[in-house]
Design a protein around this ligand. Structure first.
Ligand SMILES: [Zn+2]
Ligand SMILES: [Zn+2]
Length: 335
């Protein structure tokens, strides 16, 4: 079977139509007929080979929704025609301790959907069955792709750390990740504060579920939040004054990093010690947690706020993201 995709042939090169042969389906494989695919910052990082693990020709795309086109002989949890999604991982070993414990996203040999494989900027993408998750009835698949990477990234900490609804949560950065974090934290029952430098985003953050906002460029405003938060979710990928944010945590509070920071963190240890503070990070989530997130989204009417481009205009869409213009997640629609 021939797949029609969009690929870059070199680092930072433009995406061009690219065809490849899929080969026979394996017993645990699922082929998805792609209908929509979100664009994540990681697609840009991989395109630029920032993490030095990109293979060219490179087909990005790991926020896929579509329908099942074919299943291998051992696949029983989805059938041809089912509405499904696929995120960062396209398969897990299923036998290591982490997989056996349900922490598949920690599997040392998990396959990345766009790492050494061709991703979802295509008419078809193949993945191992365990990473292909059915969409609940009420979820609009045209907007749901971003839940599979951006969404699960910000949902996972609520599950991992058993955040109670009485927690006060701050979300740093209102973009692809942050706009979903606000919705999750609100529906979880928490008091939610958005930290953003953009005036227009402050008003939108309130609509997305924030109870209040703080100007992240104003040190005096941040200082007024001293000792307020149980959990801070940092979704930005630029360096901020981390110690100013640590000071806004309550004793036993947590600063959790989700946006990728490539520079070392400079953190004052003494307030961490006396406040018994935690600093942590996590990548996406397990398939079990993705399924729980989708049910939660269905129950609470949560979905990504999306801008749409036809897949054939993928380069324009990537430029739009690169320029920081996305409000809040870009989705490519197959055309
Ligand atoms: Zn991603
Ligand atoms: Zn494993």
């Amino acid at each position: 079977m021939i797949v029609n995709a969009y690929a870059a042939s070199e680092k930072n090169g433009p995406l061009k139509p690219f065809q490849y042969e899929l080969g026979p389906i394996g017993p645990q494989d699922v082929d998805i007929s792609v209908e929509h695919c979100g664009i994540c910052h990681s697609d840009l990082s991989m395109l630029q080979n920032e993490w030095e693990m990109t293979a060219y020709p490179f087909v990005p795309g790991h926020e896929v929704t579509g329908t099942v086109a074919a299943v291998g002989a051992q696949v029983t949890h989805v059938a041809v025609g089912d509405r499904v999604g696929l995120g960062w991982h396209a398969g897990y070993c299923m036998t290591c301790q982490e997989c056996l414990d349900g922490h598949h996203n920690m599997c040392a040999t998990a396959a990345g959907t766009i790492v050494g494989r061709h991703g979802g900027f295509a008419d078809t993408v193949r993945a191992r069955g365990a990473s292909v998750i059915r969409l609940p009835e009420g979820i609009d698949s045209s907007k749901a792709g971003p839940l599979f990477c951006g969404g699960i990234t910000v949902f996972n900490p609520f599950v991992q750390y058993e955040i109670p609804p009485t927690a006060r949560v701050g979300v740093m950065g209102i973009g692809g990740l942050g706009h979903l974090a606000l919705q999750f934290a609100h529906a979880w029952g928490c008091r939610v504060t958005a930290f953003t430098s953009s005036g227009s985003k402050q008003a939108e953050a309130l609509k997305l579920g924030a109870h209040d906002t703080i100007n992240s460029r104003d040190p005096a405003a941040i200082a007024t939040a001293r000792g307020q938060f149980d959990l801070l979710l940092c979704t930005v990928n630029v360096r901020l004054d981390w110690n100013a944010y640590l000071a806004t945590l309550k004793p036993r509070g947590r600063l959790h990093f989700l946006g990728v920071q490539t520079e070392p963190l400079d953190l004052n240890m003494i307030p961490m010690l006396f406040g018994q503070l935690s600093v942590s990070s996590s990548p996406v989530g397990s398939p079990g947690t993705i399924a729980r997130m989708l049910t939660f989204c269905d129950t609470h009417g949560i979905n990504a706020v999306t801008e749409h481009f036809p897949m054939s205009r993928v380069n324009e869409a990537l430029a739009h993201l690169h320029e920081g213009k996305a409000r809040y997640r870009i989705v490519l629609d197959r055309d």
